[in-house]
Each structure stands twice: as structure tokens, then as C-alpha cells.
Ligand binder design. Structure first.
Ligand SMILES: *Cc1c(COP(=O)(O)O)cnc(C)c1O
Length: 356
């Protein structure tokens, strides 16, 4: 095949996002979006921002840095707003990992880490999760140099680890950057943001995509020691100084003002998750202990691929990752209570051998 691509990119494996089909209306439980819309104040701020879209956004993101710093009780110098938290991840891989500075992360985790390793020529060390999908943190202690990446809670397993374990990793691998991906932390896990003041090797990545109903705005941020922020920000200015657009910036500030609305939504999602988990257990499913806005489950009787296909016929999309360790499992995002009733009703019919 003819290709103009330079050789080092010939074998890159792109990330495969959850599908967004257009053939009919589905109940979408495959991409971990919030089932709830942004708050009224955010919608208004975004509408108003349209009047100024002839102007570039503030590349230093000063208002949003200040607002986030205040809400996190840190300094603006500890914050870097980004185009989704995926940009925190890509800047970090670019900044801190290479063939001689490897990356270390679990064998079952967010697929984007492998994609970035491929893109930046990073040697990736995959540390196997235990049989129950928990992280053995000893594996991450005493490492020489490079980039440790742990999603906490992990995806797609949903399992969280405690802050004292993360602190041990920061302390016992002091020459490694420890990147903790907190994309789902608002749904019941403990944040390690409080450790940033003490550990200059810690970077926390956060996103507005899941808990703040802004997946479409592409807004995330890094929280770290100010020297790490300078390093990441230098790369941001090198690659795309205006990576966070004007509407996203004002949406981010307005959302912080409406924190109670978002906290209530996260609470609602967490309660819906726990009720869904109970119902799935009663249908014979096995589940991990998820602290996220999705459940990770398998059924001893029916292969996950079959369940996923049958659900799709019933108009419900879920995510099936076909790697060896996840092939039996389904990741199901938490929607509204009504969405989840539709899900469990459909599963009940499938399990009873009936057609839908
Ligand atoms: C969704 C997700 C992200 C990326 O979120 P953005 O939309 O880029 O902010 C990062 N990490 C994990 C584990 C995720 O599931």
C-alpha cells in the first residue's frame, strides 16, 4: 500500500473510541458520559461565549486556573487546564517517558496509555493486575526512573485504591513521575490531590467529561507541583497553545460555581450504580466493586460478546473489550434510573432465552 507516513508512525495503533452510531436512537451505555445535561449557568456561559469567538482564547487559562485553584485549595501555579484529560496524558508521556525512561502501568487499564506509548516510542511495562483485578502496589515501589501511570479508580475495572497506597508509590519511587488518572474519582473514590504539595513527582489528571457533564467540551486539567506544571505547559505551548477553547474555558468556570448541582448528579449516578449492581447480581452476574460511573460485570452462562450483540438489538449499547483478560466482561455506563431499568429488563429477557 502506498503511504506518505514517515516510518516511525507506520505501526501506531490509534485509540478506538466507543461507537457513536447514527442508524437509530440507542440507550448509550458505552462511553461513560453523564446522563445529565450541564447546569443552566454553564449553558448560558457557553451561549454568551459565542459572541466573542472571533477572538483567541486566553492561552494561559488564567480565570479557570484561579477558579480551580480556589476550589482545590491550591495555587493557580499548580494547575494546567487542557483539552480533555487526554491532553494531560499525552503531555506527560511526551515529557517524562521514552525508550530509556519506560512507562509502567497495569495490563488491564485505559487503552489510551498503550496508544501514547506507541506514538512516543515509549517502552511500556505492563504489570499484571491480580486475578481479582486489584493493583498490587508493591510492583510500583522501588522503580528507578520513568513514568508510572495508574487510573484511580481504574478503568474498565472500576476498582479504586486508597490514597495511602498512592503515597507509598510516590515515596518509594521518588525518581519516577507518578501520574494518577482521576477521571472517575468523583463517583466514590478518594482523591490524592492533597499529596501534590508534598510530592513533586506526583501529577494528578482530572476531567470535566464524566462528573461535570462536559464530555463534548473537551476540558481536563493537571494538578501538580509548580515545576511539573511549567514543564507540561511548555510542551502545551509547543504543540497547541490554544488547546482549550473559549467556550470550554467559560464552561469550566461556570461549572465550578454550580458544584452542588454536579455533586448531586454524581450522588444520583452512584446510587443508580449500586442499585443496578444489586439487580445484576440477582440475575447471576459477577461484578467488581466499582467506584465509577460504570459497572464491570460478567455472566457465567452467556459470553459477553453475545450479551452485547443482543443488547444492541434491544437498542442498548455497552462496551465489550476483547483482550484476553477482559473478553468475558462487559463495561456498562450508568445512565438514568430509567435507562438502567431498560438494561436489566433486556438482560432478564436475554437470560431467559427469549428473543426481544
Ligand atoms: C474518559 C477517560 C479519560 C479521558 O477523558 P477526557 O474526555 O479526555 O477528559 C481519561 N482517563 C480515563 C481512565 C478515562 O476513562
Amino acid at each position: 500500500m502506498n503511504s506518505f507516513l514517515i516510518s516511525k508512525y507506520k505501526d501506531v495503533e490509534p485509540y478506538v473510541p466507543g461507537e457513536q452510531p447514527r442508524d437509530k436512537k440507542y440507550i448509550k451505555l458505552n462511553t461513560n458520559e453523564s446522563p445529565y445535561p450541564p447546569s443552566e449557568a454553564v449553558i448560558k456561559a457557553v451561549k454568551d461565549s459565542a459572541k466573542s469567538l472571533q477572538l483567541y482564547p486566553d492561552p494561559a487559562c488564567r480565570d479557570l486556573k484561579a477558579a480551580l485553584a480556589e476550589s482545590l485549595k491550591l495555587k493557580p501555579e499548580n494547575i494546567l487546564p487542557t483539552n480533555g484529560s487526554d491532553e494531560v496524558l499525552s503531555l506527560s508521556f511526551m515529557a517524562y517517558a521514552h525508550d530509556e525512561k519506560p512507562a509502567y502501568y497495569p495490563d488491564v487499564t485505559y487503552g489510551f496509555y498503550d496508544v501514547l506509548s506507541g506514538l512516543f516510542g515509549v517502552k511500556a511495562n505492563h504489570f499484571a493486575l491480580e486475578d481479582d483485578f486489584t493493583v498490587d502496589i508493591e510492583k510500583y515501589c522501588g522503580l528507578d526512573s520513568g513514568l508510572i501511570v495508574i487510573a484511580n479508580p481504574n478503568a474498565p475495572t472500576g476498582i479504586a485504591i486508597s490514597v495511602d497506597k498512592i503515597e507509598r508509590i510516590c515515596k518509594e519511587s521518588p525518581d519516577c513521575i507518578v501520574l494518577i488518572d482521576e477521571a472517575y474519582v468523583e463517583f466514590g473514590a478518594e482523591s490524592c490531590v492533597g499529596l501534590v504539595k508534598q510530592y513533586p513527582n506526583l501529577i494528578v489528571s482530572r476531567t470535566y467529561s464524566k462528573s461535570m457533564s462536559l464530555a463534548g467540551a473537551r476540558l481536563g486539567y493537571a494538578i501538580a507541583n509548580e515545576n511539573r506544571i511549567i514543564e507540561l505547559e511548555t510542551l502545551k505551548y509547543t504543540l497547541n497553545p490554544y488547546s482549550v477553547n473559549r467556550s470550554a474555558l467559560v464552561a469550566g468556570c461556570a461549572a465550578i460555581e454550580d458544584m452542588q448541582y454536579y455533586k448531586n448528579n454524581c450522588q444520583l449516578v452512584s446510587e443508580t450504580r449500586d442499585r443496578t449492581a444489586e439487580k445484576l447480581k440477582s440475575l447471576g452476574f459477577e461484578l467488581t466493586d466499582s467506584k465509577t460511573n460504570f459497572v464491570f460485570c460478567r455472566h457465567p452462562g452467556i459470553p459477553a460478546g453475545v450479551l452485547s450483540d443482543e443488547l444492541r438489538k434491544a437498542g442498548i449499547l455497552v462496551r465489550h473489550f476483547t483482550s484476553e483478560r477482559t473478553n468475558d466482561w462487559l463495561r456498562i455506563s450508568i445512565g438514568t434510573p430509567e435507562d438502567m431499568c431498560a438494561l436489566t429488563d433486556a438482560l432478564e429477557k436475554i437470560l431467559n432465552g427469549g428473543c426481544i
